[in-house]
Design a protein. Structure first.
Length: 466
């Protein structure tokens, strides 16, 4: 396998495939709006969409630092699935039934995204093949069975547990000993979705300003180098780039994730691999991978790489480290030996938002009109949609246009979490955590034992995930 001709960066493969947009006009000066949304990714655009559909006369302005979809919305793995960060913690805080309602809302969200894309004519290469998560060590198999049982307990009665033979009949992952599959998932092209959504909200009458970085958010004010937008509601939808805002450096940690995309693979390789159902594919490793079979028959595969930049730094063009490309290539070959000779066409990276307790949240402070949503911890392709509909309901409730709804009563609404530690403790902790996860994965790969490696359990406690 060669990486000599690999394009590294350029935002992502998805933009190499679609082309970088020309960009919309920046904010021309001071202005007013009914709602100002900071961030032109999935969260911001979905929020603009649902608010405008609900109340067509609303004056809504979206401010985006680069262009819509420049961040995680244009760099992710294209996993539209029903996972949500923090569900187990919400069960402990609010009770099992509250967490079941949250999970059911996420299950329905997958269908909602597919429905809206079809209704609005957004062709995002969506294929509802579900989500297949595989195990290839005894320890992973034990975790997979526990995971499957927990998902059933949270209401996923349509989830299926498969053995080694059944798994390989679906996707021929080398050494797979089992898998779990849920129908609540789909593969998509992230940039086609975000660009289609941006065009849709503009057609509805939403004002979108690009190349307009917001430097500070205060009640009723979003400040930029070009002027200030004043609005009763300022909604922060900046996810992994939240640390760039004044006073927000320790709010959500910008975690790096990296991806590679192969060249289109020939029919002979797919005859060996299978993957005809085009499920999104993951594993039960601690430093987990995620992958999809693209519409043009590539494998796009991702993982952590270098997890965090000192001082909550974020990249500009998505370039990733050569060692990360090699590590992802090794995972590709471990999973699919038949793809060992394939060229890696593209490699890239991006950031996702991680709260200190790893729980996604949606909030509207009714005393200030400031709202925010995010902290998706890598599950944002679908969660952004649920967050946006929840922000819509919170704004409508606060403005007296409606009362409480099922969404505003979900347990992630209004959740508060402490800030991340200052540097250098933040950097040491995150890098130590992922070094421990990788060490645990190596030990489990070499061990016949079914139990989770103690090093990984220690890393979970360090991270605050349990």
């Amino acid at each position: 396998m060669s990486t000599v001709s690999t394009v590294n960066g350029g935002i992502s493969f998805w933009y190499a495939d679609q082309g970088v947009p020309l960009g919309r006009e920046p904010l021309p000066g001071d202005t007013t709006a009914d709602v100002c949304i900071v961030g032109g990714g999935y969260t911001g655009l979905w929020t603009a969409y649902y608010l405008k559909k609900a109340v067509p006369f609303l004056n809504i302005t979206v401010l985006e630092a680069k262009f819509c979809g420049y961040g995680a919305s244009g760099r992710n793995g294209g996993w539209l699935y029903n996972g949500i960060a923090g569900r187990d913690r919400y069960a402990k805080l609010h009770g099992h039934e509250a967490a079941v309602r949250l999970q059911q809302a996420m299950n329905e969200t997958v269908d909602e995204v597919v429905r809206v894309a079809a209704e609005e004519g957004i062709d995002a290469d969506i294929h509802q093949g579900g989500v297949l998560e595989v195990a290839y060590t005894p320890a992973q198999l034990a975790r997979l069975k526990d995971f499957h049982s927990v998902e059933i307990a949270f209401g996923e009665t349509d989830r299926v547990l498969r053995g080694a033979r059944e798994t390989c009949e679906r996707v021929n992952v080398a050494g797979a000993v089992g898998s779990t599959w849920t129908p609540h998932g789909a593969r998509l092209h992230p940039v086609k979705l975000v660009q289609g959504l941006a065009a849709t909200v503009e057609a509805l009458g939403v004002t979108v300003h690009e190349s307009t970085p917001v430097t500070e958010i205060t009640p009723k004010h979003a400040r930029t180098p070009y002027g200030t937008v004043r609005a009763p509601y300022i909604l922060r939808c900046t996810e992994g780039f939240t640390a760039n805002l004044k006073g927000q450096r320790r709010t959500w940690l910008p975690m790096n994730s990296s991806m590679i995309a192969t060249e289109p693979l020939p029919r002979s390789v797919w005859d060996t691999i299978g993957w005809e159902g085009r499920e999104t594919l993951g594993d039960m490793a601690h430093a987990y991978m995620y992958a999809q079979r693209t519409a043009d028959d590539r494998i796009a595969l991702g993982g952590r790489g270098v997890p965090y930049r000192y001082g909550s730094g974020t990249d500009n063009d998505g370039r990733t480290q050569p060692a990360t490309i090699e590590a992802l290539r090794d995972i590709l070959v471990r999973f699919f030996p038949a793809a060992a000779g394939a060229r890696i066409d593209h490699a890239w990276s991006g950031v996702l938002g991680v709260p200190r307790d790893w729980c996604a949240t949606v909030t509207l402070d009714r005393s200030t009109g400031l709202g925010w949503a995010g902290g998706y911890v890598g599950s944002g392709v679908a969660t952004t949609n649920l967050a946006a509909r929840t922000l819509r309901d919170l704004v409508q409730q606060d403005s007296g246009q409606s009362g409480p709804t099922e969404l505003t009563s979900l347990p992630w609404v209004g959740h508060k979490v402490r800030r991340w530690e200052p540097e250098p403790f933040r950097w040491i902790g995150v890098h130590g955590m992922y070094a421990a996860y990788r060490a645990a994965d190596r030990r489990e790969l070499a061990s016949p034992k079914a139990g989770t490696d103690p090093v990984a359990k220690f890393a979970d406690r360090l991270a605050g995930r349990h």
